[in-house]
Design a protein around this ligand. Structure first.
Ligand code: 3HC
Length: 689
């Protein structure tokens, strides 16, 4: 976050209204608890404490939100100004009731501050919560000790290990806030609320003093063990959820001060961990992706009010749903009625499945479906502001569509291709307006996966790129900008992982050895389980070479869907090692003249499969395909579920040490990229400043 030159004076404004003090914090963009904010809070509260006219204090924020948390950019740096705990202690130690008036998001340290206040009032659109888990942390300013005292242990476990912000009406039900203000009237309503507190004159209500919600759980350690067991899959590989559970147990078991001490200890462990460093890096990395250094700031995005999608298959359907979800009408084009009906049916079923799970109403399902105009010819796209082509991955087919589209789409319309490997410039060349052409590469399932690779062609206009970046935000995707190159970023960088797996399996390690090593590293599944899931016939498609997958397919082994693949499957699709696959592998190795050199350690398997990914990442950077190393990490984390607590391949490589990666690659007979060699030699890094 950029420091806007704020001073502590300009961040905090105090005003006395009748017998109330109103402290307004204004530290854009999100009122983070930076040094300036801490000083402003400290001096504001001191001033009101000393003012005999002030009987109660309202804490409110200017701008788009209440305090959204500690200033993450200060973590790991030397502390400046008062520490958060001292500021909080002095507020809580005061003798005048304090009312937190919340709009936007009161998150992390921001909500912890609200918990120190004696009362909390919020507008209905506000959200409150403790999202520290996403940064690999726990709420370190009393959140783990105070929230259970309000909502009880089970709810606190879910709220803090889940981290999701809670909408104000729900927060009111849970007791996380005490009252709702009218939307747009927060200040008035908070002042009126404070006035009532003063006139009622009851004792100061401090969350820390409450016992009623934690008492019933005292001495019940089985709750925590069961909770961890139930969530084993979701928590795997992360550190923070385990420390959060311990901290909440401390809230139930220990007196408040001792609980706070335990929280500090557990927070300290997390903040020093590589996992948290990786997750904090990732927080900023996600936001960097939208920044393109050579895109002039004053470029205006074009308005997008209607969208056309060509192809109602899996990809086209998923892409369409993104726009429907954002309320944008979509003209969905297919070649024949049957394909169109099939595509529409899948979209409807997806929405109905969400409705069945209670995630949306059936009325909403109909509203979304009503935004689709089905059509059978490209002519229907004449008025669309943006057209996205999602047809068969074949350059000739795509060029043909773009040439036709060129004659149909209105001037200025953006023509996008969802190609995942092809040369976007060659596609653009099929039109008379290559400046309007861009790649919008969605990942499957396109309605779920958050990554959007925006492919900037050689001639793509700045306004078109700016529009794509803005659009990503509209449809809740995380953009990463790529130049044109085979496979762009994620697909290209990740492809060595499966290539290496297919070679390594010929040398001794079994598919299950390799899959287990990658699973333990943090991937949801290894390359062989993944190949079986996708379908071995799909993987080998388009290649005439003899491959391992191809040999399995010849035996009718297509993967999970038919005959098994690298594994055998029972009727519940549970895998077991396959003697047939083992024989196919041995035969293939013999045909290739590859010797079996025996088992390999998990660590060596990980290096063998993932160092080449790092190497490819270095090449993508070197060639200028990716703007920055963190974009590669974001692409792999969001596009391939690379475990976020490793920070992605480039952050991980820096953790391992670049010299080790270079040596490892050479030992495998792979020549490391020049950039990697240079950084290793100079003690440089991809992701650490
Ligand atoms: N510290 C520093 N910078 C922050 C920040 C924070 N806590 N939260 C947001 N920012 C920055 C972003 O990096 C971004 O900067 P940029 O414009 O230079 O890229 C800018 O503020 C705006 O953020 P978004 O683009 O994310 O804006 P949105 O409106 O989409 O979202 C938000 C706003 C919901 C507040 C979102 O930014 C968010 O979730 N922030 C993080 C909240 C959080 O995790 N808080 C806990 C912090 S840890 C903590 O409090 C520890 C405590 O327990 C001791």
């Amino acid at each position: 976050m950029t420091d806007s030159g704020a001073t502590s004076q300009s961040v905090g404004t105090t005003q006395v209204v009748g017998n109330l003090g109103v402290l307004t914090i204004d530290y854009p963009p999100v009122n983070a608890l930076s040094v300036h904010t801490r000083i402003a809070l400290d001096s504001g509260f001191r001033q009101f404490a000393a003012d005999p006219q002030v009987k109660a204090i309202v804490l409110i924020c200017a701008g788009r939100t209440f305090i959204a948390g500690a200033d993450i950019s200060e973590f790991g740096k030397a502390l400046e100004g008062p520490n958060l705990q001292d500021v909080f202690d002095s507020i809580e130690g005061g003798t005048k009731p304090v009312i937190a008036a919340i709009h936007g998001t009161a998150l992390g340290g921001g909500y912890e501050l609200a918990l120190i206040c004696h009362h909390r009032i919020a507008v209905p659109s506000a959200k409150v919560g403790l999202p520290e888990v996403a940064l690999g942390l726990l709420p370190g300013a009393g959140g783990t000790q105070r929230l259970p005292r309000i909502v009880g242990v089970p709810a606190a476990l879910d709220l803090i290990t889940g981290g999701a912000p809670v909408p104000a009406p729900k927060a009111l039900e849970l007791g996380m806030i005490d009252a709702l203000a009218d939307e747009g009237k927060l200040r008035e309503d908070a002042i009126a609320f404070a006035g009532r507190i003063v006139s009622e004159g009851g004792p100061l209500l401090r969350v820390r003093d409450r016992q009623d919600k934690v008492e019933p759980y005292r001495g019940k350690s089985e709750i925590y063990a069961e909770y961890l067991k139930k969530n084993a899959r979701a928590f795997r590989g992360f550190k923070a959820p385990f420390n959060i559970v311990k901290a909440i147990e401390a809230a139930a078991e220990l007196p408040f001060e001792q609980g706070m001490e335990r929280e500090r200890e557990l927070f300290g462990e997390l903040i020093a961990s590589t996992e948290s460093a990786a997750q904090r890096y990732y927080f900023f990395a996600e936001r960097e992706g939208a920044k393109v250094p050579d895109l002039p700031r004053d470029v205006q995005a074009l308005p997008i009010r209607s969208v056309g999608v060509i192809g109602a298959g899996t990809m086209g359907g998923g892409i369409t749903m993104n726009f429907l979800n954002a309320g944008l009408p979509v003209t969905l084009v297919e070649m024949n009625q049957a394909a169109l009906d099939r595509g529409l049916g899948v979209i409807r079923r997806n929405y109905e499945a969400s409705a069945a799970k209670g995630r949306m109403t059936s009325e909403r399902v109909e509203q979304r479906m009503a935004l689709i105009t089905p059509a059978l010819g490209l002519e229907a796209l004449a008025t669309a502001d943006l057209v996205i082509e999602a047809v068969f991955e074949e350059i000739g087919v795509k060029q043909d569509i773009f040439a036709k589209l060129d004659g149909i789409a209105k001037p200025g319309a953006i023509l996008a291709s969802n190609t995942s490997f092809l040369d976007l410039d060659a596609i653009a060349a099929a039109t008379t307006r290559p400046e309007s052409v861009i790649g919008l590469h969605f990942f499957s399932p396109a309605n779920v996966m958050r990554l959007l690779e925006i492919v900037r062609g050689a001639k793509t206009a700045d306004a078109v790129l700016a529009t794509a970046l803005k659009l990503a935000k509209t449809i809740a995707k995380v953009p990463v900008v790529s130049r044109v190159g085979h496979g762009f970023i994620a697909n290209r960088v990740m492809s060595p992982r499966s290539q290496q797996a297919m070679e390594l399996v010929l040398q001794g390690p079994t598919p299950q050895d390799i899959d287990r090593a990658l699973y333990d590293y943090g991937f949801a599944m290894g390359p062989f389980a993944m190949a079986d899931l996708v379908g071995l016939d799909v993987i080998g498609r388009g290649s005439n070479e003899r491959t391992l997958s191809g040999d399995l397919v010849k035996l009718g082994r297509l993967g999970q869907k038919q005959g098994g693949g690298f594994y055998d499957y029972d009727e519940k699709r549970q895998p077991s090692p396959s003697p047939v696959a083992a024989q196919v592998i041995a035969d293939f190795a013999a045909a290739r003249g590859v010797a079996n050199t025996g088992p390999v350690s998990a660590e060596a398997i990980v290096a063998r499969l993932l160092y080449p990914v790092v190497n490819e990442g270095a090449k993508v950077l070197e060639e200028g395909i990716a703007i920055r190393a963190s974009d590669i990490d974001v692409a792999c984390i969001l596009g391939y579920n690379w475990p976020v607590y490793t920070g992605g391949p480039m952050f991980w490589a820096d953790t391992v040490g670049l010299t080790r990666v270079v040596d490892g690659l050479r030992a495998m007979g792979i020549e490391p990229a020049a950039l990697l060699v240079e950084k290793a030699a100079s003690g440089g890094s991809f992701t650490r400043n």
